[in-house]
Ligand binder design. Structure first.
Ligand SMILES: C[S@@+](CC[C@H](N)C(=O)[O-])C[C@H]1O[C@@H](n2cnc3c(N)ncnc32)[C@H](O)[C@@H]1O
Length: 259
């Protein structure tokens, strides 16, 4: 399937002045372009992530993974090619992603890892976070790793995650960090310079998909903005900060109150 990885087509949505993005979400037409770019990253996804984070991505994933315990019923929203899901050990796992190509990559990878540990296959759901086709009060834990930034409507995605969590269940989000506007400026420079050079070297393509993905960071909000959004949706014990001081990733946590 061919992918649009270069310049965006003319955007007609309500956020047109920013190419279709703002901190609350992404216009439908800009999101379609972004999805194409995300799918085009699949062959090089893990390698570019490791290079652009100097190997820190594995540490971040381990930190997030440690929030769940064997036996839990877990949903990963935006599972992508399965980079996080494959290492969730001993869990009743559901992987959700809107992209059939991402799911087709994740399924054999995650199920092979599970089979090697004597576990049965995970469940796979093709859907967006904003409209999760699963029942209320189902999961002990929901994870979003590097997918929250890509939601079309972040508040609606959080409302749906809240709905499918059991009372007392927790959401953990990890994404590129923006502690405040100054930190965001350095992140912007990083995404638009070093990451671009690394992606070009690894993919050997001038028009690689990381060109467009920098836009989702440019218009992403600060930690404070999303902490407030999580509280507005109803999460309690909301925390959201850089995972490690001066680092590149942020982690948000929130709990669905027990009635
Ligand atoms: C960068 S990948 C993240 C992959 C993986 N979670 C990881 O740990 O690396 C982002 C994923 O989010 C998915 N995504 C984009 N928009 C989404 C939405 N509205 N709801 C759920 N997932 C979405 C994309 O299809 C893509 O697979």
């Amino acid at each position: 399937m061919s992918k649009t990885v270069g310049a965006s087509p003319l955007l007609m949505g309500e956020r047109a002045a920013t190419g279709g993005y703002d901190a609350s979400g992404i216009d439908a037409d800009a999101w379609e372009v972004l999805e194409g770019q995300l799918e085009a990253t699949i062959p090089n996804y893990d390698r570019v992530n490791t290079w652009m984070t100097f190997g820190q991505d594995k540490r971040w994933r381990r930190n997030v993974r440690n929030h769940a315990k064997p036996g839990m019923k877990v949903l990963e929203v935006g599972c992508g090619p399965g980079s996080f899901a494959e290492d969730l050990v001993g869990m009743d796992l559901t992987c959700l992603d809107p992209s059939p190509e991402m799911l087709a990559t994740a399924q054999p990878r995650v199920d092979a890892a599970r089979a090697s540990r004597g576990e049965g296959p995970a469940e796979y759901v093709q859907a967006i976070a904003e409209n999760i086709p699963l029942p209320d009060d189902t999961f002990d834990m929901v994870f979003c790793l590097f997918s929250f930034r890509d939601f079309k409507d972040k508040a609606q995605g959080l409302r749906e995650i809240y709905r499918v969590l059991k009372p007392g269940g927790r959401l953990v989000i990890c994404d590129a960090g923006k502690a405040n506007k100054l930190h965001g400026f350095f992140g912007y420079l990083w995404m638009n310079s070093v990451v671009q050079v690394m992606a070009r070297i690894i993919t050997k393509e001038k028009n690689h998909p990381w060109k467009g993905l920098a836009a989702s960071y440019t218009h992403y909000g600060t930690n404070g903005y999303y902490r407030n959004m999580m509280r507005d949706v109803g999460f309690s014990d909301v925390q959201g900060r850089l995972l490690y001081p001066l680092g590149m990733a942020s982690r948000f946590r929130g709990t669905k109150p027990e009635n």
